[in-house]
Design a protein around this ligand. Structure first.
Ligand SMILES: C[S@@+](CC[C@H](N)C(=O)[O-])C[C@H]1O[C@@H](n2cnc3c(N)ncnc32)[C@H](O)[C@@H]1O
Length: 489
């Protein structure tokens, strides 16, 4: 019905905006999705009007949302792919608990493409089952998806029997209560998971405000199999930076492909292969990547300092050879601390910043990089201590207070975070991210009215922004997405 060239053009555009590949096998699905969308919008389903419509359509978030409704695959269930969940339960979590017990007791888990919530709730149930003193840990389980109606269902937490096809009856009865023909997840588990809209094809993660940074375990299963090869690579690279050093990426068994996840080390464990963010240098000294947890610990997570890198950024480079005139040697230009940070090389970034501080040429920007790098490495107490130096260097910038507030929230110091955000908003009431965070903190402190007031402020401050405009200092987050995040609250 739709001319081939126009269909092709639209497919390319959708691949860019949403990541999806529609090869031969899914070509008909794609056309059907477009026709259903046209129907929704009151467009006549004749070849002429469809062509005319596709030639003029502006693909804003609104249109993409409608298309998403028809073209996302919502197949999921609790306790899907047992081998990977066993790895999570028997190795990954025990290893993290052993490393962090008595120190920073945090665990950050992200289910990307979580659909109607079965996957992140499964992870919450597993944590509840295996961590005896769970209440002493700061647990963050984030579920994100592009399809908002799936997220609505996830937040309600009510499921039909079909979602339990791999769940034992004991677990079903322990963590769900019967509501008519359906089953509702118990409040305790529901409260462990937060849901948020996120399009994996957009450059909005890792992000502190979206809680997609400093992740320990990232499940993204049965999502990338629908993406183009180029988009898989891009998403894989963003995931790499979202994860902590030594963090885990878990695709579904059918998505395992070392070329797609070439930034990562692959780890085989019993019946499954997953990926791990292990720096390349540390990987070389380790021959035990494919071996049990205890051997993994010998991998040095902090490779030796790259002295040349640090000094070359500060000094002009001249090398003298014997019996020759001094000559200027051109070396590859050194990376700045900011570049190292944006590449996710947080340890190197900190080293470079410390050297800069020692030379006396540091400033609040450098201190802020140290704080952010420490936070992204999960060293929250240290990050907070450096925050004091940051305030001493520049105590009148709202962004610094916002930064420290995000760290306090991760540490579950909500009252202090609220206080810190008050200062941010005193200094700059137009600081959108501080208004948003204040809304979130107020809600968590059960101050519903205050929370609503701040979310209203966010929407007002966003009113001059177009959907696709980037919100200042928000790691690429668009105004459209932030509006959605507010309305999802
Ligand atoms: C088949 S479900 C997988 C659910 C779950 N991860 C599992 O394995 O059971 C695929 C999910 O990916 C989501 N998805 C598709 N494209 C996406 C994108 N660009 N960004 C975020 N989520 C996306 C869909 O909405 C759908 O909920």
């Amino acid at each position: 019905m739709i001319p081939d060239n126009l269909l092709h053009q639209t497919k390319n555009l959708i691949a860019h905006q949403l990541g999806w590949e529609f090869g031969h096998t899914r070509a008909k699905d794609f056309e059907r999705g477009l026709c259903s969308m046209a129907h929704d919008l009151g467009i006549k389903e004749t070849p002429e009007s469809l062509t005319n419509w596709l030639q003029t359509i502006q693909w804003t978030n609104h249109e993409l949302d409608i298309l998403t409704k028809y073209l996302t695959v919502g197949e999921t269930y609790f306790f899907r792919e047992k081998a990977q969940l066993d790895l999570f339960k028997n190795r990954i979590i025990p290893e993290l608990i052993a490393e962090r017990a008595g120190k920073e007791q945090t665990l950050r888990i992200w289910s990307a493409g979580c659909c109607s919530g079965e996957e992140p709730y499964t992870l919450a149930i597993l944590l509840k089952e295996i961590v005896p003193d769970l209440h002493r840990w700061q647990i963050m389980i984030l579920g994100t998806d592009i399809n908002k109606s799936f997220l609505e269902k996830a937040k309600k937490g009510i499921y039909s029997a079909w979602s339990f096809r791999e769940t034992s009856s004991a677990v079903q009865h322990k963590y769900f209560k019967k509501v008519g023909n359906h089953w509702e997840i118990i409040q305790e588990i529901k409260e462990m998971v937060t849901f948020s809209p996120l399009n994996l094809a957009e450059n909005t993660y890792p992000s502190q405000s979206g809680n997609t940074n400093n992740i320990d375990v990232l499940f993204c299963r049965n999502v990338l199999m629908y993406f183009t090869a180029g988009q898989i690579k891009t998403v894989s690279n963003r995931f790499y930076h979202s994860l902590n050093q030594r963090g885990w990426l878990i695709p579904s068994a059918v998505e395992v492909n070392d070329d797609n996840f070439s930034d990562f080390a692959s780890v085989n464990h019993d019946a499954c292969t997953v990926y791990r963010n292990i720096p390349k240098r540390a990987r070389r000294v380790s021959e035990s990547i494919n071996e049990p947890a205890i051997r993994q610990k010998s991998v040095d997570p902090n490779p030796p300092k790259p002295k040349a890198l640090v000094s070359s950024s500060l000094l002009p480079i001249t090398a003298t050879r014997k019996h020759q005139k001094p000559e200027t040697v051109t070396l590859p230009s050194p990376k700045t601390a900011f570049e190292l940070f944006s590449e996710g090389q947080y340890n190197l970034c900190i080293e470079m910043c410390l050297t800069i501080m020692e030379t006396g040429s540091g400033n609040a920007d450098i201190l802020s990089l140290i704080v952010k790098s420490l936070a992204n490495l999960g060293k929250l107490s240290e990050a907070r201590r450096w925050g004091e130096k940051l305030f001493a260097a520049n105590g009148v910038d709202a962004t610094h207070y916002h930064l420290i507030a995000t760290i306090l929230i991760e540490m579950n110091e909500l009252i202090l975070a609220e206080d810190t955000l008050k200062r941010a908003l005193y200094l700059n009431p137009h600081h959108i991210l501080s208004q948003f965070l204040m809304g979130t903190v107020a809600m968590r402190l059960d101050k519903q009215q205050t929370g609503k007031k701040h979310f209203k402020n966010v929407l007002e401050l966003l009113s001059p922004f177009q959907e696709s405009d980037i919100v200042p200092e928000a790691d690429g987050l668009t105004a459209g997405r932030l509006r959605e995040m507010v309305s999802a609250k």
